[in-house]
Design a protein around this ligand. Sequence first.
Ligand code: UD1
Length: 348
Amino acid sequence: MTRLLITGGAGFIGSRVVAAALADGIDVRVLDTISPHVHREPPALPEGVVLIRADVADSDAVGDALDGVDAVCHLAAKVGMETGFDDAPDYARDNVVGTAALLRAMATAGTSRLVLSSSMVVYGEGRYVDEAGRDRAPAPRGEDDLRAGMFEPRDIQTGGVLRPALVGEDAPVDPRSVYAITKLAQEQLAAAWARETGGCVAALRYHNVYGPGMPRDTPYAGVAAIFRSALERGEAPRVFEDGGQRRDFVHVDDVAAANLAALEWTDRRRGIRPFNVGSGTVSTVLDIARALAAASGGPDPVVTGRYRAADVRHITASSARARTELGWSARIGLEDGMRELATAPLRR
Ligand code: UD1
């Protein structure tokens, strides 16, 4: 039987990875701080799961937690978009220093398999093509364009309007936020660890994850939770830009299944390989707002034309590599998933 340590196993995604691992007959240990910022009351872990209440940077606790462990799914992190530069040291400490400490403890304990929760944010604006279908670099979106309601990125050289294309794992990385930089740093630290120790890492670059137990709307929450929370208050979802921003919303249980497929993949392999983890369905933000409003019988979305300077316009991945190499693909369709999210409990 495999013994698995899941960091952040009490969180939104981590708790579903725990459930999926238990269902597969895996012996599960959870390392989680159970931070009061995240959990209003301590969550109940499933029976048979050992909880070590500690930070990933706590070497002694992590060393003990790794005793007899074959592999680690590392989900403990500070997530979301930072709300200003004030949070930068917290992101760096939790995500970068925390991961370095975990990797050191794994090297000491001889634990050689890691499934790392990374993110699509490492790609920045994603991939764009011109009229002829050629790859082109997008220029940062200009204030004049945005104010005039022109939201599509332009070619950095010609100024022509570009079309979004699916991003593959070999696309150049371009992290645009402190959070994005820390996610890429986690991947790079894990790569160095794998080189030095002969370990193996599957870096899962998640698309926009949604589902029951999502954190309610906080400044750090994703758009699906924000819309759902507005509808719960009887308010219309407020859609930024023109609502045409493209994303891929992937259900948390599909993400949990991807963790297990990746875990199996790390067996008897070496080095690091990134995998995009998305549903394979491209949606616009307005699609999501409409689906949630319809499913909850709430007011229609309002398209505000407001914009956030740091937002990327479109980011959609190709998850073909995960399909062919991990044998994983998403199973929960957007309509079913959003119908469930419309009434599912969220985390306070
Ligand atoms: C999100 C995640 C990021 C993750 C990435 C994966 C958050 C906060 N960000 O980034 O951590 O790595 O997916 O791809 O979870 N919007 C509205 N109305 C609102 C709020 C947002 O229309 O009230 C729009 C935004 O302008 C944006 C889109 O919704 O175009 C998505 O925003 P959001 O969920 O915050 O973040 P992502 O950029 O997709």
